[in-house]
Design a protein around this ligand. Structure first.
Ligand code: PMT
Length: 352
């Protein structure tokens, strides 16, 4: 893929690949299934020494929650996530309305203890977290930009090849469709001051008055103009070249319900992988559409009285219903479906 010849390899990738290799070897020896879960949004830096960037919507809830259910289902998980987005297990205590200190209190002797109200739930989460650490079934790797994401995905997919059908890709990250390629990126912070910026663009050799040599993000008068290139469709590469024997699951995010099914069908046809999970921005926490060649279309829905919260996304109307006392997470319905499909793929061969 030409992309990797012209966009830089992340500095920490070699070190992280070494750790991933050891992790994969261990689980291959133990005949355990390994899921690569991608999670969170990817950034598109506008400058090489990055002050400004474009971001993609995602808190990392889908990925972090799914990783826990994969672990519960007996998988080892490589969790490739956007740095500082939600993580498996700690997600229960971060990015919530409660600060983590709100879960604690003092006992009668003044020692810090967990508040009785949260003690049982925290003990359960701690037990799962400790088990994952003890058995070394969770490997956490970070990315920030879309470039880092693509490099990590390719390297990890190649490392996972020996797992063959026991490898699974669950692509829940929100990946940018557009980016600034390395050869069109400015080194330093773009200057908003018109006078200073003209001088700098000219001193960079952009003195031929044509737009051709201008960086992808540049000032034109008082305006910042951003001219992005398309990110190559890596899903095709993943399916055909990087992970041809593994199970591949992609997500499709839409905001218009009337096109969701068609977009999922079209992705399945185009990439010929195993499963597309369609979700809508507003309802993604309580319903998803599973589309596969083997089973056709199937909606998974959390019953109304067992939902965690309504999803308002970025454009929500703020009308939050009271959360259910005993809520069901949609991922607890998704992962068992996937496990069954994965077992069929392993037993009967590839249905692609
Ligand atoms: O993290 P949360 O807040 O819980 O939100 C979860 C989620 C909504 C982000 C998640 O459920 C989800 O839908 N993730 C995929 C979002 C996305 O990238 O959708 P898309 O329609 O832009 O892309 C569809 C597929 O094409 C994705 O699997 C992506 O991996 C792939 N793709 C994207 C860009 C690109 N250049 N090449 C690709 O192959």
């Amino acid at each position: 893929m030409e992309y990797f010849d012209s966009n830089p390899r992340p500095k920490q990738l070699d070190e992280h690949s070494e750790g991933a290799q050891a992790f994969i070897d261990q689980h291959a020896r133990e005949h355990r299934r390994v899921a690569l879960v991608t999670s969170g949004g990817t950034t598109v830096p506008l400058e090489n020494q990055t002050v400004r960037f474009i971001d993609n919507f995602s808190a990392g809830t889908r990925g972090a929650t799914s990783a826990e259910y994969f672990l519960e289902a007996g998988y080892a998980v490589i969790f490739l996530h956007r740095q500082f987005s939600l993580l498996p297990y700690s997600r229960h205590y971060s990015h919530t309305t409660n600060c983590f200190l709100d879960y604690m209190t003092h006992d009668e002797r003044g020692a810090v203890v967990i508040d009785a109200e949260y003690r049982q739930q925290m003990a359960d989460v701690l037990a799962q977290y400790t088990k994952a650490k003890r058995e070394n079934t969770l490997l956490i790797l970070p990315f920030t930009s879309v470039n880092e994401y693509l490099w990590y995905l390719r390297d990890l997919a190649i490392l996972m090849q020996p797992l063959a059908a026991n490898g699974l890709f669950y692509l829940a990250a929100a990946v940018s469709d557009f980016f600034v390629p390395a050869d069109r990126m400015v080194e330093h912070k773009i200057q908003s001051s018109e006078e200073f910026n003209t001088k700098r663009q000219l001193s960079n050799g952009d003195d031929d008055n044509s737009n051709e040599n201008l960086p992808a993000a540049h000032m034109e008068g008082k305006k910042l103009v951003i001219d992005l290139d398309p990110v190559p469709k890596f899903l095709k590469q993943l399916v055909d070249a990087w992970a041809p024997r593994s199970m591949i699951i992609s997500f499709k995010l839409e905001t218009d319900p009337s096109i969701l099914s068609e977009k999922c069908q079209s992705a399945l046809k185009k990439y010929a992988h195993h499963l597309v999970i369609g979700n809508l921005l507003r309802t993604r926490k309580h319903e998803v559409l599973m589309v596969s060649a083997r089973s056709g279309e199937k909606w998974l829905r959390v019953p109304t009285d067992r939902r965690t919260k309504s999803v308002t996304g970025l454009t929500g109307n703020g009308a939050e219903p009271v959360p259910a006392a005993d809520p069901i997470e949609i991922e607890s319905l998704i992962i068992p479906e996937i496990k069954t499909l994965h077992s069929e793929v392993i037993a009967k061969g590839d249905p692609r």
